[in-house]
Design a protein around this ligand. Structure first.
Ligand SMILES: *[C@@H]1O[C@H](CO)[C@@H](O)[C@H](O)[C@H]1NC(C)=O
Ligand SMILES: *[C@@H]1O[C@H](CO)[C@@H](O)[C@H](O)[C@H]1NC(C)=O
Ligand SMILES: *[C@@H]1O[C@H](CO)[C@@H](O)[C@H](O)[C@H]1NC(C)=O
Ligand SMILES: *[C@@H]1O[C@H](CO)[C@@H](O)[C@H](O)[C@H]1NC(C)=O
Length: 488
């Protein structure tokens, strides 16, 4: 350990002398998108209908600007330009996702779309030719509508349907893809889309998110084991799940707020992380107890949080080769005040703990008011991961800043990236095993319920023309410089 201490002393001294903040030679940079958000071409060839096609077409009022992904960035046609801008930035990673209904029009592995298969083959091969490694999310929110009709992630059969789809993806692309993400942001997939009445017609946040939580972890685990047993020897890639982890701090120094904060960390972060990454597996005890207690008070005959069998705990435990971390925002946690009126929301109120999540008024935010900015939260959450689960390799797979309107002058985004990357360097010096940073997003795109209003892109996209012209913002030039110099 002595050499490590010496190294830390040396590097901290070198900062105070004003030299550049330097990234280690092995550290990699990337940018990300996801299929539904950029591809468009929603009904071409034999592509099946996705749950997000249906949602945006039938309930446009759920989308801020009433828009949809029919054309999005037209990346289905403009993938060569996407590779070109990734290369302009000097990226080492491009993270994107595969559209399940584009690849498997029936949802099942009995019919692989030729056009779907070729689209991703072209994209992967084109990236590799430019020396850019693909990082692929197998499932990023969109699934065949047929499965959504059957309950989506709340139907226990979905774990097998998903795993079968994952096997097809590995078998088609595993020879060239070394970083896999099974499922993007289970917290949003379950707690947000099933809990906020977005994907489900009636408001139901008591049972749906927990069923989704369990089935989704089983689906992830099955997909991991398929890779492990059928592909790892040949391809030697790495598989993870991309967890959206928020950093939480107590609102006050009272013991009550401190304990509540720890419980909320387990509720929002641990519920999707502990079953996979901890030594013991299973639900965090504090969550299990809280949901059982509240369920009983509400007159349910059993806890709304479905238990795992011992066999399921073993199936899920240890199903990772690294941790894919998405991080945007932090919160302060306190108990709900008597008679305080609150609405259940992933970002502001946890009903089963009666915990209110607040933003510190001193934290700035971009266009998205949910994403208040506290760069140190990124470092804190990585330290928390290390402390809870040990020295797992962390790849930051999302972190980004939103603007509204049209502007290429995005100094606030530059500060955001700079401040977060500084925290990454400090984390490395503190012994956190973080090996890369993938910015969200490569370009403006369909930001789910925000539609096209919220713009996270390093490249601005002109959605008013069919060419969907991609133009670098000031932040793109900044990020390219960081990647080139490997320092801040
Ligand atoms: C595909 O959807 C568009 C709307 O985005 C519609 O105009 C077009 O007719 C559809 N094409 C087919 C083949 O259904
Ligand atoms: C698979 O897709 C093709 C083309 O759409 C179609 O002709 C065929 O009937 C499908 N097969 C199955 C098993 O669904
Ligand atoms: C909690 O205590 C620490 C150390 O005494 C202090 O720096 C901090 O401001 C306190 N936080 C709050 C929210 O009161
Ligand atoms: C970081 O993770 C990688 C990949 O799992 C591992 O090989 C390496 O030993 C880890 N490094 C540290 C310092 O724990």
């Amino acid at each position: 350990m002595l050499w490590l201490t010496a190294l830390i002393l040396w590097t901290s001294v070198s900062h105070s002398c004003g030299s550049d903040l330097q990234f280690p030679s092995w550290f990699k940079f990337g940018a990300a998108t996801a299929a539904f958000q950029v591809e468009g071409a929603w009904n071409v060839s034999d592509k099946g209908e996705s749950n997000w096609d249906r949602l945006t077409h039938r309930y446009p009022e759920k989308i801020a600007d009433g828009s949809n992904g029919n054309d999005a960035c037209n990346s289905y046609y403009l993938w060569e330009r996407d590779i070109e801008i990734a290369a302009e930035l000097g990226l080492q990673f491009y993270r994107f996702s595969i559209s399940w209904p584009r690849l498997l029009p029936t949802g099942f592995a009995n019919n692989i779309s030729e056009d779907g298969k070729n689209y991703y083959n072209n994209l992967i091969d084109g990236l590799l030719e430019m020396g850019i490694q693909p990082v692929i999310s197998i499932h990023h929110y969109d699934m065949p509508q047929m499965f959504q009709d059957l309950g989506g992630w709340t139907n226990p059969k979905i774990a097998d349907w998903y795993a079968e789809y994952a096997r097809v993806v590995y078998s088609l692309y595993g020879d060239r893809v070394k970083y896999w993400i099974t499922i993007n942001e289970p917290t949003l997939t379950c707690d947000w889309y099933y809990g906020q009445a977005i994907l489900t017609p009636e408001r139901e946040y008591y049972v749906g998110p927990y069923l989704c939580n369990k089935n989704l972890l089983l689906g992830h685990a099955k997909a991991y084991h398929i890779y492990d047993q059928e592909f790892r020897n040949k391809y030697n890639g790495k598989v993870s799940i991309a967890n959206h982890l928020m950093w939480l701090m107590p609102y006050s120094n009272s013991t009550e707020d401190q304990e509540l904060t720890e419980a909320t960390m387990q509720f929002l972060n641990g519920r999707y992380t502990q079953p996979v990454f901890s030594k013991e597996g299973g639900w965090p005890a504090v969550v299990e107890q809280a949901v059982a207690k509240v369920s009983k008070e509400q007159g349910y005959s059993e806890s709304r949080l479905p238990p795992f069998t011992q066999e399921e705990i073993e199936l899920i435990r240890g199903t990772y080769d690294y941790l894919a971390l998405n991080h945007y925002t932090s919160r302060l946690v306190r108990k709900r005040r008597p008679f305080e009126d609150v609405v259940q929301s992933l970002f502001s109120y946890v009903a089963d703990l009666d915990a209110v999540l607040e933003m510190d008024p001193s934290w700035p935010f971009g266009y998205s008011e949910l994403m208040s900015i506290y760069p140190r939260g990124l470092r804190e959450i990585m330290l928390w991961v290390k402390q809870q689960y040990g020295d797992v390799e962390i790849l930051i797979t999302e972190n980004g800043y939103s603007t509204g309107g049209s502007s290429l002058e995005d100094d606030a985004r530059i500060s955001f990236v700079r401040d977060h990357l500084e925290q990454v360097i400090l984390s490395i010096e503190e012994g956190v095993n973080v090996t890369g940073y993938i910015y969200w997003a490569l370009m403006d795109n369909f930001e789910w319920t925000s539609g096209y209003n919220s713009k996270f892109g390093l490249y601005e996209v002109d959605f008013s023309v069919p060419e969907r012209t991609r133009t670098p913002r000031k932040s793109a030039e900044y990020y390219a410089q960081v990647i080139k110099k490997r320092s801040l």
